[in-house]
Design a protein around this ligand. Structure first.
Ligand SMILES: [Zn+2]
Length: 254
């Protein structure tokens, strides 16, 4: 075996004094070794990106705050009001009642009461005014479709909106609340499907009698006058404005 020959050292090249091996030249590090160069370049790009991101997203940076706000906006989308609006009235007769039959107040139809109820009402008006009081009828005969609308308004308000204070439901809550008041509905009395009103056997009236000598005498006096006219109030506690023909068969009121 022959001895391994020593590397040829170019004239003027730097030499490792311990191994007598020349240091790589610049050309060897760059042109002749492109892989190392690319690795170094990639490291520089990654480190630069990390440095830039760290600078921009530092807690006291405006960009940091802006980007965090954007992220929060993305993560919490605006939720619409999940309560469905009231269904529109499609029945022509019910729509006429809803629009007050030409007036501002809800429609009052005494012409379609039964003949017995109409006579009782006329007598009651005469008796009340003769006694020095006033009587204002707020509802009489109601078409079934209109009665269903009243029930829908009551359900929407009592079950879904009265205690709903979500900001996105505020507009609908205001609208239905106004309609509830417009129809003079009572929270204690849910309108039923078939009532004394849809059968023409009842009317609602606000009656004011002269101030009595004793506080409890007014209720007794009002019902006494009603009985004189073949009328009665079936549920004074929950529906004090409801007067029904006394001879009518017992059924649902409101
Ligand atoms: Zn009623």
């Amino acid at each position: 075996m022959g001895r391994r020959s020593d590397p040829v050292v170019p004239v003027g090249a730097a030499v490792n004094v311990f191994s007598n091996v020349p240091f790589p030249t610049f050309e060897e590090l760059t042109l002749r070794r492109p892989t190392r160069l690319w690795i170094a370049f990639a490291c520089a790009v990654v480190c630069g990106s990390i440095g830039t991101a760290t600078f921009l997203l530092r807690p006291d940076s405006t960009t940091y705050t802006t980007r965090l706000t954007s992220l929060m906006r993305l993560s919490v989308p605006r939720v619409p009001c999940l309560v469905e609006p009231l269904a529109p009235i499609v029945d022509a007769e019910a729509a006429a009642f809803e629009n007050g039959i030409g007036g501002i107040a809800p429609g009052v139809d005494t012409a379609d009461l039964t003949s017995g109820t109409a006579r009782a009402l006329a007598r009651f008006e005469h008796v009340v005014t003769t006694a020095g009081g006033t009587l204002t009828i707020t509802s009489a005969y109601r078409p079934p479709a209109y009665q269903q609308h009243l029930q829908a308004v009551w359900d929407k308000w009592m079950n879904e909106l009265r205690d709903n204070h979500e900001q996105q439901c505020e507009e609908l809550r205001t609208r239905v609340g106004r309609e509830f008041a417009h129809h003079r509905l009572l929270e204690t009395q849910r309108p039923v499907n078939v009532s004394d009103h849809t059968r023409g056997l009842a009317f609602d009236a606000a009656v004011v009698l002269p101030k009595p000598a004793r506080p409890r005498a007014r209720l007794l006096s009002l019902d006494k006058l009603a009985r004189l006219c073949s009328l009665r109030r079936p549920d004074v506690l929950h529906d004090p404005v409801h007067f029904r023909l006394a001879s009518a068969r017992r059924g649902r009121s409101v």
